[in-house]
Design a protein around this ligand. Structure first.
Ligand code: F0G
Length: 375
């Protein structure tokens, strides 16, 4: 098989089908649909090609007559969807001769920027809200060698500072206001259509800075334009209730939510998110922290999927809409699970039963199992 770049892709046969044995990353796989020009500049960790999983247990639990799929973006190299955008942003920075990148982040962007900058041999600066970033994400940025700057303030403050710095220094900004980030992230929509053989009826995703909903919508529209799909999904974005500027139609000065990834009060792509909502005839709505946590646990115990709380906002959105009787029979829903739950193990531990502690004594252990297994 030839990739769109004209290169031969190694093949293996799985379940009677030829599939590439080493996925080349989103730039090389979707070469014709991305703005990269020089093969030799590509910086990739073979991101993308993430699983799209049917969630039948969850469907049963919420009495769904629709089909629910989860796109597991936590299975990207740095465990979030940001890698799709970062491979393109860093590759373009290399093409343009940049030596340093910078971003503001609630954590995942900084982890991804740090990793891809390391691979490219570039300097990375990341500004994160002090005390409001999960340990997993902070540790990623640190170990990949980024200069981590903790800002006394929230994400919105950090992003403002980053914009000022890039106006004064020759450092490339790799937040999603960099259009190459959006270009890379649109590939998730391509993959969904390639796998389903069609576009879903609804696409659910969490909304923070609103880059990802913008990117998916661009991806779906481009696939329609080139005839790979014949319909478009309704885009369904969900904000956390304490950080819902788009829903409430005003900047939130002090956003608050357990889902720290989307603790954002003034999203950069606000207008583009409204366009995605309106053009697709979708919705942008909000879910409470309790609804987010319930969806987070439901995914973990009914499907074996550990996504971070921000990601679970998409599933919480499905549950909310299902309660309103929103869906038709047989409709196809996709939820993007944007980041891996291991980014934030504290939350998993805080919301689970404590481990049982037993002395290493067979009689005690046996008693325990008698109780558990009922003999
Ligand atoms: N889910 C996760 C896990 C995220 O990290 C983010 C954003 C979003 C959803 C929302 O995506 O901003 O494109 O609307 N994280 C950014 C960061 C802000 O800095 O890592 P969005």
């Amino acid at each position: 098989m030839k990739a769109k770049s004209g290169k031969t892709v190694p093949q293996v046969r799985i379940a009677g089908r030829q599939v590439p044995s080493n996925w080349p990353g989103v730039i090389r796989y979707y070469w014709d649909l991305l703005p990269v020009k020089k093969q030799e500049c590509v910086v990739t960790l073979h991101e993308g090609n993430t699983p799209l999983i049917r969630c039948r247990n969850l469907e049963r639990k919420i009495n769904a007559e629709f089909q629910l799929y989860a796109k597991l973006e936590g299975l990207n190299p740095t465990c979030s969807f940001k890698d799709r955008g970062m491979t393109v942003a860093i590759t373009k920075a290399v093409e343009e001769g940049s030596r340093a990148v910078i971003c503001a982040s609630t954590g995942n962007t900084s982890a991804s920027a740090a990793a891809y900058a390391a691979r490219a041999g570039m300097r990375a600066y990341v500004l994160v809200p002090q005390g409001n970033i999960s340990l997993g994400k902070l540790s990623q940025a640190m170990i990949h060698g980024a200069k981590v700057i903790e800002v006394e303030g929230n994400f919105d403050t950090a992003l403002r500072l980053v914009k000022e710095i890039t106006a004064r220094f020759a450092i490339t900004l790799v937040n999603s206001i960099n259009p190459y980030r959006i270009e890379g992230q649109k590939t998730a929509a391509f993959e969904i259509c390639d796998l389903l053989g069609r576009a879903p009826d609804y696409h659910f995703l969490p909304v923070g800075n609103a880059g990802n909903i913008t990117a998916y919508w661009k991806g779906y529209r481009e696939y329609l334009e080139i005839g790979r799909i014949t319909s478009l999904p309704k885009m369904m974005g969900f904000q956390a209730a304490g950080a819902a500027p788009i829903v409430l139609e005003r900047v939130i000065e002090q956003p608050e939510t357990i889902a720290s990834a989307i603790r954002i009060g003034n999203p950069a792509s606000w207008q583009a998110a409204l366009a995605a909502r309106d053009e697709s005839k979708g919705a942008i709505d909000m879910v409470s922290d309790d609804e987010i946590l319930a969806a987070y646990k439901l995914l973990a115990d009914s499907e074996g999927i550990l996504a971070e709380p921000a990601s679970a906002a998409s599933v919480a959105g499905v549950i909310k809409k299902q309660r309103e009787g929103f869906f038709g029979k047989g409709e196809v829903l996709v939820c993007t699970l944007t980041g891996h739950g291991l980014k934030d193990p504290d939350i998993a531990i805080r919301h689970s039963p404590k481990p049982v502690r037993l002395a290493a004594d067979l009689r005690l252990v046996e008693d325990f199992f008698k109780q558990e297994e009922g003999r």
